[in-house]
Design a protein around this ligand. Structure first.
Ligand code: ATP
Length: 643
């Protein structure tokens, strides 16, 4: 299919080997992807484009593919470097006005009608008569301009940005302006998430190999290779999430051999392993029957992945790979003290927990959240942090993720030492009876933890699985045992204006879960109680800049009718007493019944700064929670009947 699509994504006359990739070809690819809702089609279209890019790049050029991929995921560099686009609406309106000669008022009116500035820019351009055809834009040129815009700061930066954008827009033809403006806004809106881009990249690499092969491949061989290629690409990227490293290796060694060349590297944060929820100790025992496992305290803080390079540089990364070194500057010093002599480079997985330095008592997450997020000066730090290390992923030049947990744990304890109040190993117990686990769980709660993490200790099942929510890690939270169930992480997609003294803020919010397969948000509930006035003001300040006049196309709305829509970005942790089927909301629709699932009496717990919108709870988890609840209700009714 991708081969057929090649003609569609190629522009008239194509481009020759060694020439810069025309931006028009990428823009055309985007519009074809946007025009279909079918996932396989989207993948095939992008595969065809990336295949052309690979085939028309010279041997020493990895930049063409790298830049094309970055533009497809709307980024300019790996996540952890944090150069971001996200230019405000007013600045873009100004640039569109300047480059097309239309007035600000007309553009604003169009925006209100269309709800998409990209579309407005494209229509404005296309209604303009031009005497000369501008010089065609290329991918490297657009990429460089976007980067310059993102890096421009300081005095007069606004004017400089408007200047660059105006020039870029002046050179746009056909659909180009639409995607340039959307890229600048930081949202491409073609319904193609990074996961799908990764699949297309793998497929394009496999197809390029096939076309180079001297012998024709059978259909079977092609299917096997596509599957293997996709698995390799996903595994490599979760261990080394940097296209800057992965793409040159892909082009140099080929997809089948890149696994051995792209390994975890200190300085590049890997996507963390996550756990599945469990409701009862019995469930843990069923899952780990006859296998060795360990229980660890589940600390209530913030995940911290600590990297130390051979040259002594220390980096602290968050759960979603943001560099937190400026938030936790003291950890660099703390790390020096806990390393034993024979330790040079490493990657530690740990939880940073607020601690009272005099009593050495742990404090809850709320305490930690009082810390400033940026530019923390060591002398100003009020809330002290102790690191609890629970895994060692890399040591002295060697990745350890393919070793069993008990070996990683031994190495961790051999190469690091406890510094009271600053560094410790996650407290663990290898006891495996219900009584032992129950006692350890109670102890963890007394020590201000959320409960336990239960982990497989031996064999392949205990390897570290980057980016996976794995059954080999189970979380046993005190809340589940109290019958409260797990909390959900939901995206704020809409707002309802407040009433009475709350008219200047939003008084309630529309929340949604995120379906990673269809890449859409599904509305789940309205939440409006339990907020203090200060909280509502803070939420207003965060959400106001994300206001949209129309809902984004990737929100499955159902019957929800908020007063205002938001760009899906902010994630909240929410607890619910009950899940119910709903004629209004869309979460998990079709998984249980035709109706969606909604939360009854949802309660706001906290903002999850460490999660992106696409890390929000998914519909399968919601359906699972609903079904567990129905089972629990059925069994308690039955018990009641027997009594
Ligand atoms: P939540 O933190 O709300 O439970 P999550 O999606 O961030 O959800 P989970 O997989 O559910 O992550 O739980 C794992 C989290 O618990 C880790 O991200 C980490 O921050 C924290 N944690 C605390 N103690 C441990 C431990 N001993 N082992 C692993 N993770 C731990």
């Amino acid at each position: 299919a991708a081969l057929l699509k090649k003609d569609e994504v190629d522009i008239k006359g194509g481009w020759k080997v060694g020439q810069a990739v025309p931006y028009a070809a990428l823009a055309k690819t985007f519009s074809l992807i946007e025009a279909t809702t079918k996932r396989l089609e989207k993948t095939a279209i992008l595969t065809a484009f990336l295949l052309l890019v690979i085939q028309r790049s010279t041997n020493d050029d990895s930049n063409s593919l790298l830049q094309a991929v970055y533009l497809c995921i709307n980024r300019l560099c790996p996540d952890y470097i944090g150069i971001e686009l996200g230019i405000g609406e007013s600045l873009l309106i100004k640039a569109i006005a300047e480059s097309t000669g239309r007035s600000l008022a007309v553009i604003k009116a169009d925006l209100k009608k269309e709800g998409d500035l990209g579309l407005v820019a494209m229509n404005s351009k296309n209604s303009q008569k031009t005497l000369f055809k501008p010089k065609p834009l290329t991918v490297p040129f657009v990429f460089a301009q976007l980067k310059e815009i993102a890096l421009t700061s300081g005095n007069a930066s606004q004017a400089k940005k408007v200047g660059i954008i105006t020039k870029l827009l002046a050179a746009c033809q056909d659909v180009e302006a639409k995607y340039i403006v959307r890229s600048l806004e930081g949202k491409l809106r073609i319904g193609n998430a990074e996961r799908s881009v990764l699949v297309s990249l793998a497929h394009a690499a496999v197809l390029a190999e096939r076309e180079k092969a001297s012998k024709k491949w059978s259909q079977d061989k092609l299917s096997t290779r596509l599957e293997q290629g996709t698995d390799i690409m996903k595994a490599v990227y979760s261990e080394l999430p940097s296209y800057d490293s992965v793409i040159p290796a892909l082009l140099e060694f080929g997809i089948m051999d890149m696994r051995s060349k792209c390994k975890l590297t200190p300085g590049i944060p890997l996507k963390p392993m996550l756990a599945k929820p469990t409701k009862a100790i019995g469930e843990v025992l069923d899952r780990f029957e006859n296998k060795r496992f360990t229980c660890e305290y589940k600390y209530d803080g913030e995940r911290a992945q600590i990297h130390r390079l051979e040259d002594g540089t220390v980096n602290v990364f968050s759960r979603n790979s943001e560099d937190m070194s400026k938030k936790y500057p003291e950890l660099v010093d703390q790390m020096k003290k806990c390393i034993k002599e024979n330790t040079t480079s490493f990657v530690l997985d740990s939880e940073a927990v607020a601690i009272d330095r005099t009593t050495l008592k742990l404090m809850p997450f709320q305490e930690l959240s009082r810390r400033k997020r940026k530019d923390v000066k060591i002398e100003d730090i009020q809330v002290r942090v102790c690191l609890f290390a629970f895994d060692l992923l890399y040591l002295n030049g060697e990745p350890l993720i393919g070793k069993p947990l008990h070996e990683r744990r031994e190495l961790l304890r051999k190469h690091f030492q406890v510094v009271p109040g600053e560094f410790d190993f996650a407290k663990s117990s290898d006891g495996d009876t219900t009584d032992e686990i129950q006692a350890f769980l109670e102890e963890s709660v007394k020590d201000c933890c959320e409960g336990l993490m239960v982990k497989m200790l031996e064999t392949e099942a205990s390897h570290y699985e980057p980016s996976r929510r794995s059954v080999n890690w189970l979380k046993l939270k005190k809340d589940y045992l109290a019958g409260l169930g797990d909390s959900l992480d939901l995206v704020v997609v809409g707002g309802y204006y407040g009433k009475g003294k709350r008219t200047n803020v939003y008084g309630a919010f529309l929340l949604a879960c995120y379906d990673a397969d269809s890449e859409e948000y599904q509305t789940i509930c309205k939440i409006g109680t339990g907020f203090s006035d200060e909280m509502l003001q803070a939420h207003y300040d965060t959400l106001k800049p994300l206001e949209l006049t129309k809902p984004r196309g990737d929100i499955k709305i159902g019957g929800a009718k908020p007063d205002i829509w938001f760009e899906p970005k902010v994630v909240w942790e929410v607890l619910t007493a009950d899940l119910s089927l709903s004629p209004i909301y869309m979460a998990a629709q079709g998984l249980i019944e035709d109706r969606g699932v909604s939360l009854r009496f949802p309660r706001f717990i906290r903002v999850r700064d460490d999660k992106d919108a696409d890390d929000a709870t998914g519909p399968e988890q919601i359906a699972e929670m609903y079904e567990r609840q129905s089972l629990a209700q059925a069994s308690s009714k039955k018990k009641g009947g027997n009594d």
